[in-house]
Design a protein around this ligand. Structure first.
Ligand SMILES: Cc1ncc(C[n+]2csc(CCOP(=O)(O)OP(=O)(O)O)c2C)c(N)n1
Ligand SMILES: [Mg+2]
Length: 541
């Protein structure tokens, strides 16, 4: 008679780690507390843990890391207060549609009823409404299965963050052999989203494109996130459409140095109908229609234009105020359309003006001078992360990256994304130059990212446009006709000293030549982060 040797009991923690390893979730972003120690103990040597000193930092890092790697990322935060601090960054991840698996410890199950310290009362409620799904396992042994479900939910379109609360006493619970082998299966099973684009729909859209006099293609971040980049470029070229990026979608969706590319549409209905004047067919792909910001009166579209909207997000399709929408996989849609359109004989629309060299100018620099000198000095494969208020439009005009995943910002517009995102982006793309273009106000929401960048030797370069104000809020005050608003000036910031105190190689530039020289040196330094601060002119109101 042979006796099988019982396998050594696996704990929930071990099974959890193994499941996350199988799913490639070995880079963790976090800020720990005592309720997370039971999960983090004996942290495996093939995992890495990126510490952020305040919760916006790990969430922002993970957001960009997931976007640039194209895979979900994991965040581990500290019960209710940690989740509270993270909420602004979670909002950005939700609007960015980033697949994040956010976890937080919770007080022991048998101490929650007394509201002992660290009890996350109604834990699943805390991150709502900025998560696709939120759960606390009903019993310890279900932790890995709930996490597996969370990973798949986060990663199916429309993607987005999910939350799993993990009571700290769950981790040491021993699993039975049957439970362990069921969990083993969860480590390797896959969930794939698939769907064909109907050929009659493609033929109809292609016929409308072919017969349009002057079509416009409006693209968004999902073109990049869902692999439709090449097909969308080919579609624009075959149809000789002008191309714009839709407002506030987080990535450009198109090479910004392409002759058909005209920049980002401004976020107002009246502004958009003006920018699209003369276009009779507007095809939007991989973007919401549209993310307006101020109320700018005007028709949604210019006279005589119609709009077709292709999105993978049913809610995006449902809430658009205009146009017929098709919910589809974006890459399949773009490739199928491409196969159906003819090569047009329309003449090419005029390209944008080339960027001129501003020559030597002394600070305070006009934003145009700053961002043209930056744009002219960036290597072609630079990944730019922007959070720069009134400078954003100027950056879009003068910095023109041509590669996919080269111009990242927070679609949600919550400040505190830029710095941690630049750190996460550099981690995801270690061989690319990562340059963060920041406003002096935006710098301060997640400033401790500088510590993380310095400590882990993340070699990003940060350019700060210091106008000593929340310039864009003054601009908006003009649109909203508000006067006498307090809290819009930022005197007394010493960004170079602050950055140095965190261990960053920080410099004050005085001229455009300084900016060029420091930028090239910063990008060439692959061992540590560099910061370049330059004073810029104030917004005119
Ligand atoms: C979390 C958060 N708080 C406040 C705001 C409002 N807000 C939007 S832009 C902005 C100012 C940005 O200033 P800065 O980065 O200095 O750029 P500038 O406009 O001066 O060029 C503020 C405070 C926000 N978007 N997010
Ligand atoms: Mg400012």
């Amino acid at each position: 008679m042979t006796t099988s040797i019982p396998r050594k009991a696996t704990t929930v923690r071990q099974a959890t780690i193994e499941l996350l390893r199988e799913h490639g979730l070995t880079t963790w972003f976090g800020n720990p507390g005592s309720s997370e120690l039971t999960l983090l103990e004996d942290f495996p040597s093939d995992f890495r843990y990126m510490l952020g000193l305040q919760e916006m930092v790990p969430v922002g890092m993970a957001d960009a890391y997931a976007q640039i790697t194209g895979r979900p990322a994991i965040v581990n935060l500290h019960t209710a207060p940690g989740m509270g601090n993270a909420q602004g960054a979670l909002y950005n991840a939700y609007i960015n549609k980033t697949p994040l698996i956010v976890t937080a410890g919770n007080q022991r199950r048998d101490m929650q009823n007394q509201m002992c310290l660290l009890t996350n009362v109604d834990a699943t409620m805390v991150p709502k409404p900025f998560v696709k799904w939120s759960a606390e396992p009903a019993i310890a042994s279900e932790v890995p299965a709930v996490l597996a479900r969370a990973i798949h939910i986060a990663n199916t379109a429309p993607r987005g963050p999910v939350f799993v609360s993990l009571p700290m006493d769950d981790m040491a619970v021993e699993l039975t052999e049957a439970q362990s082998s069921n969990i083993d299966i969860l480590g390797t099973r896959t969930v794939t989203q698939a769907g064909a684009f109907p050929t009659d729909v493609a033929a109809d859209i292609a016929a409308r494109l072919d017969s349009a006099k002057s079509p416009a293609l409006i693209v968004g971040g999902d073109v990049e996130r869902f692999g439709a980049w090449d097909a969308v470029i080919a579609l624009a070229e075959h149809t000789q459409s002008v191309v714009f990026t839709a407002p506030l979608t987080g990535l450009s969706g198109f090479p910004e140095n392409h002759p058909l590319y005209q920049g980002t549409l401004p976020p107002g209905a009246g502004w958009i109908s003006k920018a699209l004047t003369g276009r009779d067919l507007v095809l939007v792909i991989g973007a919401p229609v549209f993310r307006y910001y101020p109320k700018i009166e005007g028709p949604y579209l210019p006279e005589g234009a119609s709009l077709i909207h292709i999105t993978n997000d049913p809610d995006e399709a449902a809430r658009a105020p205009i146009g017929d929408a098709i919910v589809a996989d974006l890459r399949t849609a773009a490739e199928t359309l491409l196969a159906h359109v003819g090569q047009t004989n329309r003449s090419a629309p005029p390209p944008r003006e080339p960027v001129a060299d501003p020559r030597t100018v002394t600070a305070p620099l006009a934003p145009e001078a700053l961002w043209s000198i930056v744009g002219l000095n960036l290597p072609a494969d630079t990944l730019l992360v922007t959070e720069a208020g009134s400078n954003e439009f100027t950056i879009g005009t003068y910095v023109r990256p041509g590669h996919p995943f080269s111009h990242l910002s927070a679609a949600g517009g919550g400040l505190g994304f830029g710095l941690p995102a630049a750190v996460g982006a550099q981690l995801a793309a270690p061989d690319r130059p990562v340059v963060a273009a920041m406003g002096d106000g935006s710098m301060h929401y997640a400033i401790t990212s500088l510590w993380t960048a310095a400590q882990y030797g993340i070699p990003l370069t940060i350019v700060v446009a210091s106008n000593s104000e929340y310039g864009i809020l003054k601009e908006f005050g003009g649109i909203e006709h508000t006067t006498g608003v307090p809290g819009l000036d930022l005197p007394g910031l010493d960004i170079v000293a602050t950055a140095r105190s965190y261990g960053v190689d920080a410099h004050e530039a005085k001229t455009t030549d300084d900016v060029a020289e420091l930028l090239n040196a910063g990008i060439a330094d692959r061992d540590r982060p560099t910061l370049i601060n330059i004073s810029t002119t104030r917004v005119k109101v």
